[in-house]
Design a binder for this molecule. Structure first.
Ligand SMILES: Cc1ncc(COP(=O)(O)O)c(C=O)c1O
Length: 426
């Protein structure tokens, strides 16, 4: 009876542990009681082989030479920057309309982020603004493949070649996306992926650096070998996340679950996606760290379901495209024929996007607000990120006009119909 009622309290949600299925929760629960497997799994023969197994799987899947694992995309990006022979103050070009997790590693590495505007249709880096913002101190361009849509890689590679710039791919949103038949992550000198809580696959926290250049890969590996694993308590927080989220917080979300989540995060029993310090450009002590064995086990379990997840995303997306055609007021994202996009989130535009999100929340439909600031979370100090207000006008406009619809495995056909019905009335 209680569980039946809980169905109505559970929100239609884009975030909040979106990829977690029953087997992931049971796995986390089992591992919670096996602390000898948590860090490096030294006492467990199968676990010892796990990093190699994970590495082989990703190398084969992406068609890349080396994959090196960290406790987050942030740590992986920092490792790449530290391995690239860059000098203090060198400029890294990256797009606005991003997360502070993509900016902070640049600051932590004593480099300078230079923000490039964002294309209004694709949400990816604006090519013309990129050309304008190159200076003699520019060394690297980082492209984002925002929401899983591959950027204009050929044109960007040409710009990099002409200006002697290194290309890094931020694939935090785009595991499995393809550009002209080749998986993203295989185009730049290096790339990084994220397995954090609301990405394509998730181990609550986790990340991977990849490189095709063997010399660079060796340096990233050396960097990784010098750093430690995160603490037992940090690992405990991550293991608890899928369990509490799915059995306690989500089923009671609309009465006390949402308050409980805030309380548990405040008490540090559950982790937050972004530490308060990061909003001021500071580095929490748990970055950079290696991927602990136990999170590698969760990642592997999710990786096995990657194709299923992405096929599901595709089906949901087809439904949104068809239905939104009938509602003129929303603009759907482009779907270029030469790329396979993954749609981590199906991002649509409407002049009153912010009000629509608010109205939906009142109906227990938690739509996404990525990105409601040029650098999220909303309360990130832009000055500390070295962002000059007005320097990326298109990105600034997009922050007011975009909202995201969920595509993850726990969104059913019925949920999508509920969302579309709501949008029709907006
Ligand atoms: C665009 C983008 N880049 C990089 C990251 C960093 O990934 P992680 O959370 O694994 O550090 C994120 C996620 O937070 C992101 O959204």
């Amino acid at each position: 009876m209680f569980l039946k009622h809980c169905q109505y309290l559970r929100p239609v949600s884009i975030s909040l542990s979106p990829n977690t299925e029953k087997d992931d929760i049971f796995l986390a629960l089992k591992l919670l009681f096996q602390p000898w497997k948590w860090k490096n799994g030294k006492n467990c023969a199968a676990a010892q082989k796990l990093p190699d197994l994970l590495e082989e799987k990703f190398k084969k899947y992406l068609g890349i030479k080396e994959a090196i694992f960290f406790n987050s995309g942030r740590s992986a990006f920092l490792a790449i920057l530290k391995s690239l022979d860059l000098k203090q103050g060198d400029e890294i070009l990256l797009q606005a309309f991003t997360c502070n997790a993509a900016v902070n590693p640049i600051i932590w590495a004593d480099l300078r982020p230079v923000f490039v505007d964002c294309d209004e249709k694709t949400f990816n880096i604006d090519i013309e603004d990129l050309k304008r913002k190159i200076t003699p101190r520019s060394r690297t361009v980082m492209i984002q493949h925002t929401f899983g849509l591959p950027a204009d890689i050929d044109e960007i590679l040409e710009i990099c070649r002409k200006n002697n710039l290194i290309l890094i791919e931020d694939c935090a949103h785009s595991l499995g996306a393809e550009y002209k038949g080749k998986k993203v992550g295989a185009f730049g000198r290096a790339a990084f992926f994220s397995f954090s809580r609301d990405k394509i696959i998730s181990s609550v926290y986790g990340g991977m650096a990849v490189a095709n250049d063997e010399r660079l890969a060796k340096k990233i590996k050396e960097f990784q070998e010098k750093i430690d694993y995160p603490s037992y308590f940090w690992i405990f927080q991550q293991l608890l996340h899928p369990i509490l989220m799915n059995y306690l917080i989500l089923p009671t979300y609309s009465i006390f679950g949402k308050y409980l989540l805030v309380l548990l995060q405040w008490l540090r029993i559950l982790s937050k996606a972004i530490h308060q310090k990061e909003k001021r450009g500071k580095k929490p002590g748990y970055f950079p760290k290696r991927l602990p064995n136990v999170l590698a086990i969760l990642t592997l379990n999710q990786f096995k379901k990657l194709e299923k997840f992405n096929e599901h995303r595709q089906k949901i997306t087809d439904f949104y495209y068809n239905e939104l055609k009938k509602i003129n007021s929303f603009e759907s994202p482009p779907n270029p024929k030469d790329r396979k996009q993954i749609f981590l989130r199906f991002t649509i535009k409407h002049p009153k996007a912010r009000q629509i999100i608010k109205k939906a929340w009142q109906k227990n439909i938690l739509l996404g607000d990525w990105y409601n600031s040029v650098i999220v979370p909303y309360d990130t100090e832009l000055e500390k990120m070295q962002y000059k207000p007005g320097s990326c006008p298109k990105a600034e406009k997009l922050t007011r006009e975009t909202l995201n619809l969920p595509t993850h495995i726990n969104i059913s056909k019925k949920d999508t119909q509920t969302i579309v019905n709501f949008l029709k009335l907006s």
